[in-house]
Design a protein around this ligand. Sequence first.
Ligand code: ATP
Ligand code: MG
Length: 394
Amino acid sequence: MDKYLILHYGELALKGGNKEHFQKTLRNDLIRKLRLIDVKSGVDLVLSRFVVKMPADYDEGQVYEMMMNVPGIENFGFYYRCELDFDKICEVLKETWPFELVAERGYKTFCVRVKKSQENLPFDRLESEKKFGACLLKNDIGLKVKMDDADIIVNVEIFGEKAYVCYEKFKGLGGLPAGTGGNVLALISKGFDSPVAAFRMMKRGAKVHFIHFSGQPYTKREETEHVKDLVKILARFQSDTKLFIIPFGEIQKKISLNLKVPAGLRILIYRRLMFRIAEKMARYIGAKALVTGESFAQVASQTLNNLVAVDESTNMLVLRPLIGNNKVDIVNESKKIGTHDISALPCTDTCSLFSPKSPELSAKIEDVLKVEEDINMQELRDDAFKGREKVMFE
Ligand code: ATP
Ligand code: MG
């Protein structure tokens, strides 16, 4: 029997005049992602959901994995389809009942939920739920009916003059369709935080490009490779992702050797310079905001005063999606995204490179500005910008 992938979107339904643009973007993203796994079927928009006829030889696990990467999808499932006829639906239920799944998971109870997206249909919802339930019971499925909190819900959805049956619905990423929110530039390091921050922005529909400051030649080559691997994972959620790598090791060394820069302020100066280079890069690629993985008071550079001191270095909007999050929650989220294992690898952090043992926790902005008078920040910025390397991800 043919199978259909049906996907529901959520929030974009609220977007009024923009709705069509959001639907179109989401549809294109679905087409593109399905093609990546060789599913070349059309994607139809039918009464506020997307319907895709699956090819005969499709791999359900692979389609599932891919659909979990689509921002804007609330839920989805694989459905059987039949004519809008009571006996035919009963027949489908009989023929397709998932004995294996039920046995594997030890399910004991079930209920039928009928959803009609059109009025003037031949079925009364409650009445037909009961009838379809009875039909299944007659088929010796070995489960009891339970109206609330049943182990398995049999979804019968009726729309577009057809009936669709699904035994398992998956919760999607949610959020908004990829790229509908404009371009931003995320500062990414190998740690746990910045990849999660970038992911959160992607989920909200921002198109995220990346900039990484590499400590090379004073950090190991692998660190940059790890960052590329992280971006590769994140790039799955959108298309045409750019990563810029800025050689930063020599600059840090230069600043650390400058006797006019008090050791305690070094990290702040590095970070202020990173922000300036990032701002220049953002303007260059047409990104309207920067994104960081900063979280309030997590480390020395993220105390209130230090955040203020770093933020002062740029005129650009800086988005900090993790500002109120605890580290454990961030690490758990990285597991779901798939960036955890790379972030957990040991490395020399660029920020700890040439860093003092006890950095200033509460820098005064006046002191920082005074120190910067003796450093040619603009020249450092422009030289670093020129030295960029660009890596593209499909
Ligand atoms: P992360 O877990 O993302 O590495 P962190 O807890 O180590 O963050 P910091 O090192 O203070 O905190 O960095 C704060 C933010 O600054 C990072 O989340 C990232 O956005 C940015 N950042 C830090 N180091 C780099 C780097 N080498 N290249 C690009 N961005 C960086
Ligand atoms: Mg870090």
